[in-house]
Design a protein around this ligand. Sequence first.
Ligand SMILES: [Fe+2]
Length: 127
Amino acid sequence: MPRVFKATNIENEDKEVKKDYLDRHMPHVICHDKVKRGDVFRVKVKMGENYTHPDDHDHYISTIQLWNRETLLAETKYSSGAYGNEGSNVEVDFYIAAPEVSMNLSAMAVCTKHGLWQSEDKQVKVI
Ligand SMILES: [Fe+2]
């Protein structure tokens, strides 16, 4: 099993280099808190907030996945150079239909050099 790096409170890190490392690898799930059953809605997954991640031939974000609890809803893949070999906050919009019951969304992201990273959970109430 691979090691999974989970969301941590970056504010608690006093070393700037560590904040940089954690921030740029952390996926964030961004969407409405409440959605109507059956409605298709947008779920954005964005990597990092204050620090960009490299896009080098041997070091880039290769995969972003969106999960609802233990179910994989969607996945996207990137090649190196997809972001012009420039540092960036990779982001992707997924469009999914709200199911019958409320959701507990999370994102997983793979860095080709630094492994597998898991976002904080995002609760979405279905009304
Ligand atoms: Fe990395």
